[in-house]
Design a protein around this ligand. Structure first.
Ligand SMILES: *Cc1c(COP(=O)(O)O)cnc(C)c1O
Length: 361
């Protein structure tokens, strides 16, 4: 067989992204909304589907959806860009502001996609690790930024997988002390009910990232968007693939966005579920539970991988971070429906009991 030429050297140390998605009765590993979009919205989508022109290319910039999002945020459509999931926009960010000879400031542990995108685009990663409690080392970040050579920064608020908000005053100071592009990733902003949106008027270097995948129950559709100054959006448009957001996704996204008020009960229930889970998990001595402003909770437990297996055996899939740097013995649990939350609690209790008394008890 003819052999093949190796790909570029940047791929050498990289592992393909693996969400470790296994089938389970309780899917609590990917921070999705545990409920599908409601029947009414599904009917509207099916109706619109009937008149969809499958033979035509979609509007490259999804202007209808873009305009709806702009109006809701008191902005112009030129301040919005829709992507094939937030992930596409994260990649575009690295393409436009990263590259050989350029630097990305990262605050791990955080979303691993950021660092991967930097490596793929030949961007140097400057890591400023979080403190023991996973709060940002603000002094260290500001000190490093003061050197003037950072090209872009991503602050995740609330952070994934640790769960907490970044301090608003800190982000504001950061924005004023650098001309580096600062993306605030608000993928979980609906669960903290916070946004840096008011700061867009004062800071051309601010980019907000949001997604339909979490609060708005569209992880299967792939839609995300950014809010930024129009000149910044123009740079993003230069690097994007023209038709990355297909016609079906545009239509589904618009329908869900028009019905977004209907998600507020769902979001309130998820927040209640998070607070309930936090209380119940905190009662378990063997767990260290990190406070969360999001729709998931990070816990630390001895032999976390074994705990993960015990939960999976009992039908509950959570995300195992125990082999990730800075997240030793950590598991991330997405808030589920009330029934799923109870199953998770019972499963953890069963594993802990087994540990205390052994299998035969
Ligand atoms: C889920 C997530 C996103 C975006 O996900 P998409 O499904 O690609 O829209 C972005 N950032 C963080 C931190 C996330 O957890």
């Amino acid at each position: 067989m003819q052999t093949y030429r190796k790909p570029n050297g940047r791929l050498e140390g990289l592992e393909p992204y693996d969400p470790k998605y296994l089938p389970a009765e309780c899917m609590m590993s990917a921070n999705e909304n545990p409920s599908n979009i409601d029947e009414d919205i599904q009917i509207q989508i099916r109706k619109r589907m009937k008149s969809l022109q499958f033979n035509r290319y979609p509007d490259p910039l999804a202007n209808k959806l873009r305009t709806a999002i702009a109006n809701a945020n008191g902005l112009e459509k030129e301040n919005i860009l829709i992507g094939n999931g937030g992930d596409e926009l994260l990649f575009n960010f690295a393409l436009a502001w990263g590259g050989p000879g350029r630097k990305f400031l990262n605050v791990p542990p955080t979303f691993s996609v950021y660092e991967n995108n930097a490596l793929l685009t030949g961007t140097e990663v400057v890591n400023i690790p979080r403190k023991e409690d996973f709060s940002i080392d603000q002094e260290a970040v500001l000190e490093r930024v003061a050197q003037g050579d950072i090209d872009y920064i991503i602050i995740t608020s609330p952070n994934n997988p640790t769960g907490q908000l970044a301090d608003e005053g800190f982000i504001s100071t950061l924005l004023s002390s650098t001309d580096a592009l600062v993306m605030v990733d608000e993928a979980y902003g609906e669960f903290s009910r916070t946004t840096m949106r008011p700061y867009l008027a004062m800071h051309k270097n601010l980019v907000l990232l949001r997604t339909f995948s979490k609060a708005f129950a569209l992880a299967g559709v792939r839609l995300g968007y950014i809010l930024a100054h129009e000149d910044v959006i123009r740079e993003f448009i230069k690097v994007r693939q023209p038709y990355s957001v297909d016609a079906i996704s545009q239509m589904v996204g618009l329908t869900v966005f028009e019905n977004r008020a209907r998600f507020s009960n769902d979001i309130a229930d998820i927040i209640d579920g998070r607070d309930y889970l936090f209380g119940r998990l905190s009662e378990m001595e063997e767990l260290t539970v990190f406070p969360s402003d999001s729709n998931f909770i990070l816990v630390r437990v001895d032999d976390a991988h074994e705990m993960w297996e015990g939960l999976y055996k009992r039908g509950v899939l959570v995300r195992d971070f125990s082999h990730s740097a800075g997240l030793e013995n950590c598991l991330r649990i997405s808030v589920g429906t009330p029934e799923e939350n109870e199953k998770l609690i019972s499963a953890i209790q069963a594993v802990l009991k087994e540990r205390r008394f052994g299998d035969g008890f």
